[in-house]
Ligand binder design. Structure first.
Ligand code: ADP
Ligand code: MG
Length: 387
């Protein structure tokens, strides 16, 4: 068990919290402030416990001087100011006297947001390479470090791993919720246990498959991924998306787990034709799973005790190719199946198709959750002290 935000006394202490305020911004306006809202629980906990709160976050990527202009955290500061019931200040500097003066002026229960940690990535990638001097400098500003930025926990950066190595530390509420929920569903011993995988490329998912295939009872395959498997079986897949480098991987998997792997029976093509999976012609492009497949998958899903979804069943961004993905979600919802949604686009599809409140857990960390499901320890959580 990792130490958490609840394990420290904060009154009068300078606490550095790494949040994920990486919100989408267009023309200086935030288009979706979910991440800011989600960060409030931990920030409010610290201010309510009279800490002097120093918030760090990245925003986008900084590869040029111009990127700095486009990726300032100032809009996030303005939004936080609306949501917090305390004073909040903004430091334009990511180090130096201006920043230190602001830190020293902080009163108990007040908040200071520091400019985008990735400003330190130009020109020398100091943040992203977990530079030791930068980590030491940031750590010197505070006395306790809390990491609540789940989406970057698979990366070793100065603002998460670097600082954590140097200060008493813990995880925030968001990170705690993510790993508790994911651990719970992975470890509970209930069956049938079904994995549903789709999305774009087999190569993105081989590690997840390798880690979970032995433990699960079924692997249902849809999305773009299934065409590499169908091709591996020697079937015609037309111009559907295929990951040619992984044909052999798919053949081995099919040979070893033929009883677990369930492939689509029919496909909806880009031309909106429904064809059997073994009847595709050379000019077909598979865009979604067909009705017979939905029926087959639904039957298995209804009987499952837990389900992990990674990757949409079709090109859900474009109607009617959202039908397969939507139908699968509907069955899981209606049958109250314990379902974990992992993957950035999978989470986006759940929200877009109107199922935001219907599942056991919708993970917010795309890449981080993929790594976690692959059995790879998350670097920024590993570094946190055990209780
Ligand atoms: P996640 O982010 O959940 O891990 P991926 O990034 O692997 O998922 O895949 C998501 C993308 O896969 C979506 O943009 C979707 O349009 C695309 N996709 C799904 N089915 C197909 C298909 N049959 N052909 C091409 N792209 C597909
Ligand atoms: Mg994705």
């Amino acid at each position: 068990m990792k130490k958490t935000i609840r394990d420290y006394q904060y009154e009068g202490k300078k606490v550095i919290i790494r949040c994920d305020l990486n919100v989408p911004i267009k023309n200086g306006e935030i288009t979706d402030d979910t991440r800011i809202k989600e960060s409030l629980e931990s920030i409010n906990y610290l201010t309510n416990h009279k800490a002097k709160v120093i918030v760090l976050s990245h925003l986008g990527k900084i590869k040029t001087e111009e990127d700095k202009h486009d990726n300032t955290l100032y809009p996030a500061y303005k939004r936080l100011k609306e949501y917090l019931h305390t004073n909040i200040y903004f430091s334009k500097a990511t180090r130096g006297k201006e920043l230190e003066d602001l830190v020293n002026k902080l009163q108990n229960g007040e908040v200071l947001l520091i400019e985008n940690t990735r400003y330190e990535d130009y020109p020398d990638k100091l943040e992203s390479n977990c530079d030791e001097e930068l980590s030491k400098y940031w750590a010197s500003l505070g006395e306790i470090f809390i990491n609540d930025a789940y989406g970057t926990t698979h990366r070793a950066h100065a603002s998460n791993v670097g600082i954590a190595k140097l200060l008493p530390n813990g995880i925030g509420f968001l990170v705690e919720r993510e790993i508790t929920k994911i651990d719970q569903i992975l470890e509970e011993n209930t069956h049938p246990y079904t994995l549903v995988m789709g999305g774009k490329k087999v190569s993105d998912k081989t590690l997840v498959i390798d880690n979970l295939i032995q433990k699960c009872d079924y692997l249902l395959l849809g999305g773009g991924m299934c065409f590499t498997f169908l091709k591996a079986k020697g079937l015609e897949v037309g111009s559907s998306i295929v990951d040619n480098e992984n044909i052999e991987y798919c053949q081995n998997l099919l040979a070893n787990y033929s009883n677990k792997i369930i492939l689509p029976l029919d496909i909806v093509t880009k031309e909106k034709k429904i064809v059997d999976a073994d009847q595709m012609s050379s000019d077909d492009i598979g865009y979604d799973i067909g009705p017979k497949t939905i029926e087959l998958f639904s039957k298995i899903l209804k009987e499952s005790k837990r389900v992990i979804i990674n990757g949409p069943m079709g090109v859900f961004e474009e109607k009617p190719f959202d039908n397969g993905t939507k139908s699968i979600y509907q069955v899981l919802k209606d049958s109250h199946i314990k379902t974990l949604i992992g993957g950035g686009d999978s989470a986006a599809s759940v929200n877009l198709l109107g199922f935001s409140n219907d599942f056991y857990h919708i993970s917010t960390g795309g890449g981080a959750t993929l790594e976690y499901l692959s059995g790879v320890p998350l670097k920024a959580i590993e570094v946190i002290e055990n209780k």
